[in-house]
Design a protein around this ligand. Structure first.
Ligand SMILES: Nc1nc2c(ncn2[C@@H]2O[C@H](COP(=O)(O)OP(=O)(O)O)[C@@H](O)[C@H]2O)c(=O)[nH]1
Ligand SMILES: [Mg+2]
Length: 305
């Protein structure tokens, strides 16, 4: 039996109440009491709905998200957006532009927007992003979009997490592609060349298509789409490509399996470590160090054994 407050939260979540969702995220985000039980009661975490939108700063990710919101809400779909800002825990400033742009969706009954500070290392995602996404799924959203700046580790992480990873590039990113091409191909389910109103966009688009073709080798090629996000051009094709990817995904990809193993490994680790408090360890350590022939490796061994 769940404690009454967690039970209430789960009922609110399943009913799609945004306030319950916001509270459940806060619970999980901060690992507050009740969080493990809430997570253990989730029933819909396996449904493929997570869409990662990654790419360099300024590529137009937020503008694309906004355009996708427009398309999907017009179709009567429910969409959640988790915006991860890696630059600073004080993300209000840097997300101001996004806020203004998405303002018209803030009060939309079918849209849920939440910005999350990234607390990890440079470019890392929020350490509880996986759990938070699972909570959002429980609230019945058709799409859960995670916007994350592609710097270093975060795009690899997002690709492990997401059921569809959209890599957004712009003509200026040409150099980056040269250095990253293998990695990008690895993680992208859909490539978007945004700012296609710029003359150099075509060359990037061609190059990506060649890469996607070379890689395919019998399997379906990664789609390479052109968009002008601000004008919502090409975005319905993107929406269709995302939906197709989500609907046809029948098994976990290798990178998802790898990610899940890592995830469960860390969950077990933190579960196992629960009996150890650092304060108590210090006391035991101090005690042990008074003994002659103290050896820290033997000490650690005795702790687990
Ligand atoms: N010319 C042009 N500008 C765009 C396009 N899409 C977005 N932008 C602009 O690029 C800037 C960065 O967009 P934003 O969505 O905030 O990028 P993000 O950092 O990837 O989220 C903004 O000034 C947008 O108005 C496009 O297709 N063409
Ligand atoms: Mg943005």
């Amino acid at each position: 039996m769940l404690p009454p407050d967690v039970q209430k939260l789960v009922i609110g979540l399943r009913a799609g109440e945004q306030r319950a969702l916001a509270r459940a995220i806060t619970l999980v985000e901060n690992d507050l009491p009740g969080s493990p039980l809430l997570l253990q009661s989730l029933l819909h975490a396996q449904v493929p709905r997570l869409v990662g939108i990654t790419g360099p700063p300024g590529a137009g990710k937020s503008t694309l998200v906004n355009a996708l919101l427009n398309i999907w809400t017009n179709e009567g779909k429910k969409v959640a957006v988790l915006a991860v800002d890696p630059s600073s825990p004080f993300h209000f400033g840097s997300l101001l532009g996004d806020r203004i742009r998405m303002a018209r969706f803030y009060d939309h009954p079918d849209v849920f927007i939440r910005s999350l500070a990234s607390r990890g290392a440079l470019g890392g995602l929020h350490p509880r992003i996986f759990e938070i996404a699972d909570v959002v799924k429980e609230a019945g959203y058709d799409y859960v979009l995670i916007e994350t700046v592609g710097v270093g580790q975060s795009e690899v992480e997002i690709a492990g997490l997401a059921d569809c990873t959209v890599v957004t590039l712009v003509p200026e990113a040409g150099d980056m592609i040269q250095t990253m091409k293998a990695g990008l191909l690895e993680i992208a389910d859909v490539f978007v060349v945004n700012k296609a109103d710029r003359p150099e966009a075509d060359k990037l688009w061609q190059n990506l298509r060649i890469l996607a073709h070379q890689k395919a080798n019998g399997v379906p090629e990664t789609p390479v789409l052109k968009t002008i996000a601000g004008k919502e051009e090409g975005v319905s094709e993107l929406a269709a490509a995302i939906t197709h990817q989500l609907n046809t995904q029948s098994h976990l990809t290798e990178r998802q399996q790898y990610f899940l193993v890592e995830k469960v490994y860390r969950l077990i680790q933190s579960e196992r470590m629960k009996p150890f408090s650092k304060k108590a360890l210090l006391l035991q350590l101090q005690e042990a160090m008074r003994q002659p022939n103290f050896n820290i490796y033997v000490f650690a061994q005795q702790m687990v054994g």
